[in-house]
Design a protein around this ligand. Structure first.
Ligand SMILES: NC(=O)c1ccc[n+]([C@@H]2O[C@H](COP(=O)([O-])OP(=O)(O)OC[C@H]3O[C@@H](n4cnc5c(N)ncnc54)[C@H](OP(=O)(O)O)[C@@H]3O)[C@@H](O)[C@H]2O)c1
Length: 238
């Protein structure tokens, strides 16, 4: 099941760790790596291409690179929590429509459009997996703290998109498994401003998180399709 792999967001901490991990697996033949910032990988299995997930034309062009090759695993590791202009909202008064829309565009709309162009590329004769990096904070039932309005809402909406994908794709490709993944708290640009609040043993390296998530992907079944799974295999309630 692990021959042709697509990683979108390969310039991020977790995306890059996935590329490195799959490069070392013997059965993997090709890794199509897409990122906004262009980066190089040493493995000859990796072919790197540009993508801007805020631009549908760019996503469509990225999918066209694959041609008629059939893909076994797609991992979408893009995301935003903060940038140089804004951070996650601590309070209602921090809500800003432009910032909110930016977060939705990257965390929800981009992954949905990726689904539009990449789901048709999946292999049909055996299990395939499309995994979107989501977040536990998108769970409404687990929300006890509040705050982070746009990030939480964008991931809640992403989880709904994932569920929808799983229902529709099962009609034409019953071997496809569509997952949301919670990577744990992982050292990255995204988590940098918040890592001081996290106990050392709970802050994962990107390599450890990718290794655990790759196992979740490998062990997943049709019964998991549409679910949000944690790095340790736990199913997170919506
Ligand atoms: N780190 C954590 O603790 C944690 C916890 C829960 C969930 N997650 C989720 O895990 C995923 C990966 O996060 P990370 O920690 O690896 O963060 P990261 O290192 O900041 O990576 C984020 C990636 O998103 C890409 N990206 C942002 N906007 C883009 C755009 N318009 N087009 C293409 N790529 C774009 C970035 O590309 P450029 O750098 O090239 O712009 C970068 O590759 C995210 O979905 C995040 O929400 C992370």
């Amino acid at each position: 099941m692990q021959k042709k792999i697509v990683i979108i967001g390969a310039s991020g901490a977790i995306g890059r760790a996935f590329v490195d991990l799959y490069s070392k697996i013997d059965t993997v033949e090709d890794i199509f790596s897409f990122s906004k910032t262009q980066i190089g990988f040493s493995s000859s299995k990796v072919k790197s291409f540009p993508i801007d997930i805020e631009d549908e034309v760019s996503i469509k062009s990225a999918a066209e690179v694959i041609g008629n090759q059939k893909i076994d695993i797609v991992i979408v590791a893009t995301g935003i929590l903060h940038n140089k202009d804004f951070g996650p909202e601590k309070s209602i008064k921090d809500l800003d429509s432009d910032n909110f829309l930016k977060v939705l565009k990257i965390n929800t709309v981009g992954p949905a459009i990726i689904g539009k162009y990449f789901l048709p590329l999946l292999t049909k004769d055996q299990k395939s997996v499309v995994a979107f990096l989501s977040a536990r904070v998108g769970s409404i039932s687990e929300n006890k703290l509040g705050g982070w309005y746009s990030y939480r809402a964008s991931k809640t909406a992403l989880n709904q998109v994932i569920k929808n994908f799983s229902i529709e794709v099962s009609r034409t490709n019953p071997n496809a498994v569509i997952l949301g993944l919670q990577p744990g708290t992982v050292e990255s640009n995204l988590s940098e401003p918040f890592k001081k609040n996290v106990a050392r043993e709970k802050l994962f390296t990107p390599e450890y998180s990718a290794e655990m998530l790759a196992k979740v992907i490998l062990d997943s079944t049709q019964g998991n399709s549409g679910d949000l799974l944690s790095w340790d295999g736990e199913t997170i309630n919506p």
